[in-house]
Design a protein around this ligand. Structure first.
Ligand code: 5CA
Length: 442
């Protein structure tokens, strides 16, 4: 992409209500624009990152055996009346009426709808287990939408729903999603710690939140330090799921809601970590909380009907855009992990109109594009200082700086955004270097 053709409306001033880094940088870098409280327009740069995160979430869901589908944003109130959640959910739910005075709502989550769908098709234990997911916009009329996309009213969520014949099988589904979450967050460049959690309005008796540690997080967290640097589990065989889950949940990890100070005190002093965290995922096992009132049953092998055992598994896809920035930025702007960077590298032309410089930039641009790096070429007629600041702000992992002086000696400068390290090399070496960096990631 050529910057001269791109839509990148940067802000010079930081809007006064943007109190945390991710909110500030997302507005300044032209990623989002607020349309009304907690509702955002995803501008091209923000949209690109959102889609990359969505794709990684999708790939890890598929790998875990979940099957993608798509449910509507607008739901009939009937499903919610059947489960009793229509009254229980409260003012966070946006309730709507159609022209025939029928009650509808903009879905804050989908347990009720999917249970209704599932019971209409599935009658036998032979059709279980099943795990379905979608990635869809949600609406929650939050009392305090804030921190930009981190606590929005409209937000993008991946929500998966598992259906099993009994509790043992349902727990396997829960463990499988648990592992998928650890793998997903690791690919996003995040250290997310699973913590025993409260089930809130979703209900049930087994639940974990996944939190990334950040000073600006809304939750207080108390955990064993060793959890923070644990590597992702990778692929876990079915017969190792339970043991791996136990191993990963043995050390103390709680948010403020579930905190037990006496238990935390048993963690060795030098291993106690109390910090703040951002909840980027939340998983629930709730058995027959929805299938019982909705009579979602299957016939078991013994011919008897049983309620389907269910769980649900959410990832805050749009919240993750802000979460990743909270975890990875400096005073100059965003530092994207390679896996979700909106462009793979930036090319800075320091002397637009200079024949050699233009030709070198065009050559690098063509070769990086061909190599699948998806570069952003700053071909605008601005001062060098402005170009450097802009590229730092939008946070692409690598910058290739091309100027007339270096080119005379056959050299360009490659800057690695995360470390600030600058290296001089030939244009071809720069292309090879960046391509190799991305290959080693894959
Ligand atoms: N039905 C369950 C799981 S599918 C559910 O709705 N869980 S949840 O309420 O915990 O939401 C799942 C994830 O969505 C949260 O972990 C969080 O990352 C994200 N999320 C929740 N509310 C918001 C919000 N107001 N803005 C942005 N993301 C949110």
């Amino acid at each position: 992409m050529r910057l001269s053709r791109y839509f990148l409306p940067l802000l010079k001033e930081t809007p006064a209500d943007a109190t945390i880094a991710s909110h500030r940088f997302m507005l300044r870098a032209g990623m989002v624009k607020q349309d009304s409280a907690g509702i955002y327009i995803w501008l091209p740069l923000g949209h690109k990152v959102l889609k990359k995160i969505e794709q990684i979430v999708r790939e890890e869901q598929n790998r875990a055996g979940a099957v993608e589908m798509l449910m509507p944003t607008i739901q009939s109130a009937n499903h919610w009346k059947e489960t009793g959640r229509y009254d229980a959910y409260g003012p966070e739910m946006l309730r709507i009426k159609d022209r025939g005075d029928r009650e509808l709502l903009y879905g804050p989550t989908n347990e009720d709808m999917i249970t209704d769908m599932f019971r209409s098709f599935v009658r036998s234990y032979k059709d279980l287990p099943q795990c379905l997911y979608h990635i869809q916009w949600k609406f929650r009329d939050e009392r305090r939408p804030r921190f930009g996309v981190m606590r929005g009213r409209e937000f993008l969520m991946k929500d998966a729903y598992s259906f099993d014949i009994d509790a043992d099988s349902a727990k396997q589904a829960y463990y499988r999603q648990f592992m998928a979450y650890l793998n997903t967050f690791a690919r996003l460049g995040l250290k997310a710690v699973p913590m025993r959690a409260d089930t809130g309005p979703i209900g049930g008796d087994l639940s974990h939140e996944f939190l990334i540690l950040a000073e600006t997080g809304e939750s207080e967290v108390f955990c064993h330090k060793d959890l923070v640097d644990m590597a992702a589990p990778g692929e876990v065989a079915d017969d190792a799921l339970e043991a791996t889950f136990k191993e990963r949940t043995a050390l103390y990890a709680r948010t403020d809601e579930m905190h037990v100070p006496e238990d935390f005190a048993k963690v060795p002093d030098d291993k106690q970590l109390s910090a703040r965290g951002i909840e980027v995922g939340h998983i629930f096992y709730f058995g027959d909380k929805y299938s019982a009132p909705m009579k979602a049953q299957v016939t078991g092998a013994d011919g008897k009907n049983v309620n389907i055992q269910m769980g649900s598994y959410g990832v805050g896809v749009s919240r993750l855009v802000g979460g990743i920035i909270e975890a990875s930025h400096d005073e100059n702007g965003i530092i994207w992990p390679k896996s979700v960077a909106p462009f793979g590298a930036g090319i800075i032309n320091l002397k637009l109109g200079n024949e050699e410089v233009d030709a070198a930039c065009e050559g690098i641009y063509a070769k990086l594009s061909k190599a699948g790096i998806d570069p952003l070429y700053d071909d605008k007629n601005d001062r060098g200082g402005q170009k450097f600041a802009r590229m730092d702000l939008i946070g692409l992992p690598y910058q290739i700086v091309v100027g007339p002086r270096g080119l005379k000696n056959g050299i360009v400068e490659v800057k690695t955004r995360a470390t600030g390290k600058r290296q001089e090399m030939s244009p071809q070496a720069a292309i090879n270097f960046i391509t190799a960096e991305y290959e080693s990631e894959a």
